[in-house]
Design a binder for this molecule. Sequence first.
Ligand code: V07
Length: 258
Amino acid sequence: MLNRIKRWKNQKPASTLRDRVEQIKKLPIPEHVAIIMDGNGRWAKKRALPRIAGHHEGMKVVRKTTKLANELGVKTLTLYAFSTENWKRPKNEVEYLMKLPEEFLGTFLPELIEENVQVKMMGYKERLPVHTLRAIQKAMDDTKDNNGLVLNFALNYGSRAEILDAVKRVLNDCQSGIMEIDQLNESAFSSYLMTSDMADPDLLIRTSGEIRLSNFMLWQLAYSEFWFTDVLWPDFSEEHFLEAIEGFQSRQRRFGGI
Ligand code: V07
């Protein structure tokens, strides 16, 4: 009824999520979307809740975003869940965060399997509690043959450390004769990074109004489109995700040609 009034008033009717998804699917979809899920603490503060309440709410948004990305035909979704800097947070918050992978997978792994999603992790396993690693390893094992969306969690990840490690391994391989210095090019170097088996992100989304990369995928984001929004991660809805994809598509249309 509201849509009929809007048509009568010459306003664009609000299309349903389904309609919008169908429209979006007619245009090129970013193969790899990376997201910095920022603003969980601020979301909680606004409601006079503890920060961990924001993280918990953010987890539900991970689930919804994964489902929609898979429906759109996105091949890889990389989510920055925990940075190497995040260890500086209060001990109780870090402990809570380290329980979230288990809670997330305990709740959603059956659905992810049902939806043919493959779970992966990128980051340093050192310092991560065994209970966390065990839950993630099980999810990776249980989904290793799935060929739908790759859901790649960046956990205890830092991009400069990743690049330095890659440099060290390149030097080792040169020293031991596995590789010639002249063979080192951008594509060869990429194969030493944690993302060796995936394409670079086509689209980076960062929520919560911060306009920086915060040591996230510095090498891999060299040619990506950036989408910054003031929306806090727990408020980031399906509509907001579609808006980012539509933004990507309209930039592709404007600048994608020659
Ligand atoms: C975390 C919820 C989302 C907002 C950002 C910070 C808090 C899902 C995971 C997760 C990680 C690995 C995995 C399955 C799920 C997660 C952390 C924090 C540390 F295999 N959400 N989420 N991990 N937040």
